[in-house]
Write a protein that binds this ligand. Structure first.
Ligand code: PLP
Length: 393
């Protein structure tokens, strides 16, 4: 197939689309819950799995399939299952691959809801978890047990952008007969392709950069034919964590500009991080593109860009951080990320507000920490909006 020769930018625009006889140029949306068969025999063959084709939109829909095939092509995976949200993608991985008695090692610095899903919900079914520091390879190794089925990681992590060596972690997992799952939300396949580095499964919150414009919730799981195409597809078919065709269409349109947008997010974030590092009111800046970042060299090797998330600590603790946030007139005060609009968050009192003071100290969530998801506005306007508060702080 010609698709095998295409570069990333081309796959992002064209992969997965199969035109109908109407000859539509842009992908069609199929708002239908079910599909008809030409005969009773065809219906039986479809249900029996001896003939491919659509049956019911809980588990297949052409618009959703275009999205699945496009994302699979971008991540370099055999199969993709689209889901209703990023959380339902992670839920589907856990339900599809784990059984009672299994153990999971997860990095401590994962999306807060992921931790709650694992501990409070998946943990009810006889599955146990260990949480380790993302960058501490010895801790990952020490946490492995004979029954460890999955290692789960987010890299770069939220909000301090720590990075782990995906290839080293994959080798560690495979040596123990375990699988490595990477949440690739922050980088997207435009900047990092975990499967090529040895990871087994990639999960996404499509809600973030894949849409890129804050319009819809969705998620995806990408990997091989057996685990994703069969086991996780089984969770979709029987559990119904389905992506709507309308949302799939939005994500298809978002992905068409993904490579361009990610490059622009990276450029703005780099300029902003350097500018912040030189501001006298700023104590510390966390951005993988800065030479001062502890995993800067690893980020250069593992990623083709440093991403759009920049965090920094303002001198003067929470009061100063809130002053900076409240002085902005343009930036959006919201916890969402991966949008064309720059967003600003105070992790210690929002996304990480449920942590105890000791847990915050351990996780490096300082009272003065501010997280930015750097958008696509002019860098001068973003700087001007932040400068107001920083000059007061
Ligand atoms: C937002 C997010 C999720 C959850 O995705 P939803 O689409 O909100 O369900 C999971 N992982 C990461 C890293 C996220 O940022």
């Amino acid at each position: 197939m010609i698709q095998n020769e295409w570069d990333f930018e081309t796959l992002a625009v064209r992969a997965g689309h199969v035109r109908t006889n109407e000859g539509e140029h842009s992908e069609a949306i199929f708002p239908t819950s079910s599909f008809v068969f030409s005969s009773a025999a065809e219906a039986a063959a479809r249900f029996g799995g001896t003939e491919p084709g659509n049956i019911y939109a809980r588990f297949t829909n052409p618009t959703v399939r275009y999205f699945q095939e496009r994302l699979a092509a971008l991540e370099g995976g055999e199969s993709c299952v689209a889901t209703s949200s990023g959380m339902s993608a992670i839920l589907a991985v856990m339900l599809g691959l784990l059984k009672a008695g299994d153990h999971v090692v997860c990095s401590r610095a994962v999306f807060g809801t992921t931790t709650l899903l694992l501990q409070n919900i998946i943990g009810k079914f006889g599955i146990t978890f260990s949480f380790v520091d993302l960058t501490d390879m010895a801790a990952w190794e020490a946490a492995l047990q004979p029954n460890t089925r999955l290692l789960f990681v987010e890299t770069p992590a939220n909000p301090l952008t720590e990075i782990v060596d995906i290839r080293a972690l994959a080798d560690l997992a495979h040596g123990n007969g375990s699988l490595l799952v990477v949440d690739n939300c922050f980088c997207t396949p435009a900047l990092q392709r975990p499967l090529a580095l040895g990871a087994d499964i990639v999960v996404h919150s499509a809600t973030k950069y894949l849409d890129g414009q804050g319009r819809a919730l969705g998620g995806a799981v990408v990997g091989d034919k057996e685990r994703v195409g069969r086991d996780i597809f089984g969770v979709l078919r029987n559990g119904g964590v389905t992506m709507s065709p309308f949302n799939a269409w939005i994500f298809l349109k978002g992905i068409e500009t993904l490579a361009l947008r990610m490059r622009a997010h990276c450029d703005n974030a780099m300029q902003l991080a350097q500018w912040l590092e030189n501001h006298p009111a700023v104590e510390q800046v966390y951005y993988p593109g800065l030479v001062s970042h502890p995993q800067h060299v690893l980020a250069q090797q593992q990623q083709s860009g440093f991403g759009g998330i920049v965090s920094f600590v303002v001198k003067g603790g929470q009061e100063a951080a809130w002053k900076v946030i409240d002085a902005t007139q343009m930036l959006s005060i919201t916890a969402n990320l991966g949008d064309t609009k720059t967003t600003i968050t105070h992790p210690a009192t929002t996304t990480h507000g449920r942590l105890t003071p000791e847990q915050k100290a351990q996780a490096g969530i300082a009272a003065g920490l501010v997280r930015l998801s750097v958008g696509l506005e002019s860098i001068h306007d973003i700087q001007r909006d932040l400068k107001r508060g920083l000059d007061l702080a």
